[in-house]
Write a protein that binds this ligand. Sequence first.
Ligand code: NAD
Length: 320
Amino acid sequence: MVILVTGTAGFIGFHLTKKLLKQGYQVIGVDSINDYYDTNLKQARLNQLQKHAKFHFFKYDIADQEAVRSLFKRFSDIEIIIHLAAQAGVRFSLENPYAYIHVNIDGHLNILEQARCLSHLKHLIFASSSSVYGLNQTLPFKEEDAVNMPSSVYAASKRSAELLSFTYSHIYGLRQTGLRLFTVYGPWGRPDMAYFKFAKAIMSGKPIEIYEGDGLARDFTYIDDVIDAILCIMKNIPDAGTSQTFNIGNNRSESVRYLIQLLEEQLGKKAILHFKPRPVTDLEKTWASIDAIHAKTGWTPKTDLSEGIGAFVEWFKAYI
Ligand SMILES: NC(=O)c1ccc[n+]([C@@H]2O[C@H](COP(=O)([O-])OP(=O)(O)OC[C@H]3O[C@@H](n4cnc5c(N)ncnc54)[C@H](O)[C@@H]3O)[C@@H](O)[C@H]2O)c1
């Protein structure tokens, strides 16, 4: 079976591609290797993937219509698309909002436009985000909650992609699943994310910038659990014309202070905390209800934060 993974050199794309190759699938990987964060890290991930004979890599921008069209023509036997390529990050969307429209909306539309012409396509799975819950105050976040108050351009772009997917399922009968991912962390993770930045600051004795208030909390989801969830969903193909949506989280809201405490313990050093106001783009608290994905696929996360941070720190010390 041929599977297309976009964002294959990214954090989640790398782990997913590795797992799919291990299970014997042929993987077509696409990534633009943009410089939003250290490209050496992306290249190091890619180097591991390129050792596999069944992996074919293309350095393409998913918003490039001609490039995506030619790729889909060449691999017309693609049966599953797992579309993870994106401009990620909430804070950077204040600096460069256009990048989010380019990749997360134009790029997403481009994937949909080409996907509808693939005659063997069984399932298009794409990454959305917990950020779509925006100013929603009811916890835990449930898939049926209203999601019309995004608090950042990143969130608005991800919600727009969900809506475009719904429309393409409705018009062309595409079978799709959108994944609302909640703060994914682990080895080979993203240097722009808080847990990674905190670890770096603690190691080098620099202060950590933490938002004021005691309520700051996230549903932290370990990478291996996310990959297991995607594999469960892959086998769970929705009916024609359906674009279903699932939260993927750890089903717990844990304080950012607790995250820092775990990092201090694992790194054996105290953090220096600098407090600053929380930007209006950032949610105070996230917490995923995972009843829907559990009912549909039986998936449940297995890794608690302490164990997952332990695995991250082990990798981090060896890599940095
Ligand atoms: N990591 C998380 O906590 C988290 C949370 C919610 C949602 N998500 C979503 O999951 C997906 C994967 O996230 P990640 O953490 O692996 O991020 P990542 O930034 O590590 O991976 C995304 C990859 O997409 C690539 N990319 C960006 N623009 C591209 C373009 N125009 N064409 C082709 N490739 C392009 C990047 O080079 C990168 O390698 C993203 O859609 C992200 O928005 C992640």
